[in-house]
Design a protein around this ligand. Structure first.
Ligand code: PBG
Length: 326
């Protein structure tokens, strides 16, 4: 009888051994909490398709940000839901609009103890729900949109954002935002580029979270799920345009992309575990079909293992509490 020469099981025998040889471990500082604030709310409003996630009032958002800082999270990514929408998303430029006010409030609350990030995109502000403005034929007009992004970026920087997250997938968006920030004297504000962002069915619950008005889809600007090589082009362009960090989104169905980007990117790589990924795990757990906590930890560990330096996840505060207890 011949016995195995190699016994990898030796290092799996006890929790202490497994901990010793773990190649990755989670830390609150690499988790970023995406958060929604809705204008005109008096009470936080639950998002049905994302159990446990709410649209915040300005008060509850401040509390969530203070808690995130206290838990040692890496950052908070703010999304605003305005009361008024129009074809050009004008409310996005109002210094006292929902998102810009939220940035100012959150910065006043947390100072520099938490990285304050904000979404530079028009979809929450337009009445047609697209990430850009439309031309006479109803197509998303890339270059007209860039002019608005540049102004949004400066408004968000003035409100106090440390990092801007352009998520609209317009060509050239990082370059115009960088240039606008520099011209406005905001060389200090960083850009986290949604470099490889795919058109995904898993954004479904987010559309509820921001009361999206979108009819149709975003396939003329977001990437096609069939493509892998193209992600590297998107990342290279964003780096050339001055991105300080790059993101892959969604995460779980795009771990190959994440690994590719992690292998070539000289700047930090983020991944966004999006609303549908959250909803799937919550729904399966609510049915008793999977163990909630282990599934959440495994999903985020997988994203880190694929190469993300930081992960945007709606579970960030809860995970930070688990890590504190561990
Ligand atoms: C667009 C944007 C979206 C998300 C973040 N920014 C939606 C979309 O592209 O349709 C989705 C995030 C999530 O699903 O959790 N501003």
């Amino acid at each position: 009888m011949s016995f195995p020469h190699h016994r990898p099981r030796r290092l799996r025998q006890t929790p202490a051994l497994r901990r010793l040889v773990a190649e990755h471990r989670l830390h609150p500082a690499e988790l970023i909490l995406p958060a929604f604030i809705r204008e005109g709310l008096s009470e936080p409003s639950p998002i049905q398709s994302m159990p446990g996630v709410v649209q915040h009032t300005s008060e509850t958002l401040k509390r969530a940000a203070a808690e995130a800082a206290e838990l040692g999270l890496g950052g908070i990514m703010l999304f605003g839901v305005p009361e008024e929408r129009d074809a050009n998303g004008t409310a996005s430029l109002d210094p006292d609009g929902v998102l810009n006010s939220a940035i100012r409030d959150v910065r006043a609350e947390v100072g520099d103890s938490l990285v304050v990030m904000s979404d530079v995109c028009l979809d929450e502000f337009t009445d047609h729900g697209h990430c850009g403005v439309l031309d006479a034929q109803g197509r998303v007009d890339n270059d007209a949109t860039l002019e608005i992004y540049a102004q949004m970026a400066v408004a968000q920087a003035e409100a106090g954002a440390h990092v801007l997250g352009p998520s609209g997938m317009m060509d050239g968006q990082v370059a115009v935002i960088r240039q606008a920030l520099d011209t406005a004297g905001r060389q200090d504000v960083a850009v986290l580029a949604y470099a490889a962002k795919y058109a995904s069915a898993f954004y479904g619950p987010f559309r509820e979270a921001v009361d999206s008005q979108l009819k149709g889809d975003r396939r003329t600007y977001q990437m096609d799920a069939a493509n892998r090589r193209e992600a590297l082009l998107e990342v290279e362009l964003d780096l050339e345009e001055g991105a300080d960090m790059v993101m892959v989104k969604p995460a779980m169905s795009y771990l190959d992309i994440l690994a590719d980007v992690a292998a070539m990117s000289p700047v930090p790589v983020a991944a966004y575990q999006i609303s549908g990924e959250y909803a799937m795990i919550e729904a399966a757990a609510a049915n008793g079909w999977i163990d909630r906590k282990s599934a959440i930890v495994e999903s985020v560990l997988g994203i880190r293992r694929a190469g993300a330096n930081m992960v945007l996840t709606y579970w960030a505060p809860e995970m930070a509490r688990w890590l504190r207890e561990a």
